[in-house]
Design a protein around this ligand. Structure first.
Ligand code: PXG
Length: 460
């Protein structure tokens, strides 16, 4: 076998050892132990290789995070240089270091001008944990300590730690480990599944008005913030109708409720804008960031604050009793800095907006626009979802849509492409450096997987 890496051990040997010691994410571990996980051993550009030497086009950027693709020597060189110079120091003890200072400078040069400060974390979940405390602290400083309740959305995803999963709206997660007090939820704006006879515009407004109803029910004097992903990611790559965000913004302003955008997936160029809220045209007070900040090469996240919030916390707040051992980790910061420089200087975000994004969506509409299994194509930039449907006229979905989508994803792996399934939707979010030829391959292999699924579903 001619492999682009040196196999160290047999796949079965890796799998047996993994089964003996490792609990994986979101899986029935016993079933996985029987099946044996795929062992990924190498990545280059958009491609991955497993321990059997099979090559995959990664249509999901790892977990929506490898904006620059795999194997970037500038990122590994930045990490190595920083490790040699200063592998670790902390943000306690009244200290800082150049890597984090330069990262913040660059980050705020890319963000709209009404943001000024960031609290660094190691992940998106931590960013949202910090969000809850920061938002509550902000209202304390403003003399409104009773403003504590956070409103999220059903089927939203904000991470897997206790408070982050409580902000999220995955009920099956709430059932495993509980909720926290002072969190409420409203419905998601998923028109295709829940819009009934309403037009998307009517449905978008209806969903947004639920926020107003919830604020009035809880009392605006008790509500601290509303958190949402600009488009839902883990929940199925769902874009809200255009009427949704303007109405949400109006309500948050009217009732003095902070608007908190979770940009963990949408940030750093995914939509063709630097941040997804810019694509949808609204102005959040906070941004939770992670994933694409380092292209996933090292764990790093953060909570970005508006000038208004930062001013209150910094000028009037005194000590904010918060800090993590690895906040602003120098090696992660050096990698993030190299990553953001590459995204900016190589014109990658612009390329997604002007070239590869429109190209992907043109292809998808050509290939799937009249496909018998596909009822809707959503997305923008290098981000897309294909909605499975049983009856296009009524938007009736298959009772077993989850199984069908999982099957489609499995066919994808067999064909050498990684796409993600959520309920009845197939999701694509390739690295932002994808070329037109790689997008051709992504769509072509996805078409084969979808056609194979359509045959099982009796649609071809
Ligand atoms: N917010 C959002 C919007 C996310 O998508 C998190 C926060 C949490 O980030 P960390 O770094 O703590 O994982 C996420 C994570 C999926 C999938 O299957 C998505 C995520 C994580 C795992 C799986 O789409 N997003």
């Amino acid at each position: 076998m001619n492999l682009p890496f040196e196999p160290q051990r047999q796949t079965q040997d890796y799998q047996a050892s993994d089964a003996a010691h490792h609990i994986h994410a979101f899986v029935d571990q016993k079933a996985l132990n029987t099946e044996g996980p795929r062992v990924m051993v190498r990545g280059e550009g958009l491609y991955l290789w497993d321990s059997e030497g099979k090559r995959y086009l990664d249509g999901m950027s790892g977990l929506w995070c490898t904006q620059l693709g795999y194997g970037r020597k500038d990122l590994t060189a930045a990490a190595a240089a920083q490790m040699d110079q200063l592998a670790y120091y902390n943000m306690f003890f009244h200290t800082t270091h150049p890597a984090v200072i330069e990262l913040s400078e660059l980050l705020f040069s890319l963000l709209p001008g009404h943001y000024s400060h960031v609290i660094y974390t190691n992940s998106g979940s931590e960013a949202n944990e910090v969000l809850i405390r920061t938002v509550r602290r902000y209202w304390q400083v403003l003399g409104k300590p009773q403003k504590k309740i956070m409103i999220g959305r059903w089927n939203g995803y904000h991470g897997s730690t206790l408070a982050a999963s409580a902000l999220g709206g995955m009920k099956f997660m709430h059932e495993m480990g509980g909720l926290i007090p002072d969190v409420a939820h409203i419905d998601e704006p998923y028109w295709y599944a829940q819009g009934g006879d309403l037009t998307p515009a009517e449905f978008g407004r209806r969903c947004a008005l639920q926020l107003e109803e919830k604020i009035l029910e809880l009392g605006a004097q008790n509500v601290a913030g509303f958190i949402a992903e600009p488009f839902q990611g883990a929940g199925g790559m769902i874009f809200p109708p255009e009427s949704y965000w303007p109405e949400i913004q109006r309500i948050c302003r009217q009732y003095d409720v902070l608007l908190c955008a979770d940009e963990v997936i949408g940030g750093f160029g995914r939509t063709g804008e630097w941040f997804a809220h810019q694509h949808f045209g609204f102005e959040p007070d906070t941004l939770s960031i992670a994933k694409g900040l380092t292209s996933g090469y090292l764990p790093m996240g953060g909570l970005v604050l508006s000038k208004r919030m930062a001013e209150a916390l910094v000028e009037r707040g005194g000590v904010f009793a918060h800090g993590l051992t690895y906040s602003g980790h120098p090696v992660a910061a050096a990698v993030a800095l190299a990553n953001l420089k590459a995204l900016r200087d190589e014109g990658i975000v612009r390329q997604v907006k002007d070239d590869t994004g429109p190209y992907l969506h043109k292809l998808l509409h050509e290939v799937f626009g009249n496909h018998p299994l596909i009822g809707e194509i959503q997305g923008t930039g290098l981000l897309a979802a294909l909605q499975f449907v049983e009856d296009k006229g009524t938007r009736k979905r298959f009772a077993n849509e989850n199984d069908l989508a999982w099957q489609c994803r499995t066919f994808g792996f067999e064909e050498g492409v990684i796409i993600r399934s959520t309920l009845g939707r197939m999701i694509m979010a390739p690295a932002l450096v994808a070329s037109r030829a790689e997008l051709d391959e992504l769509v072509d292999k996805t078409r084969i997987a979808v056609d194979r699924t359509a045959r099982i579903a009796g649609k071809l």
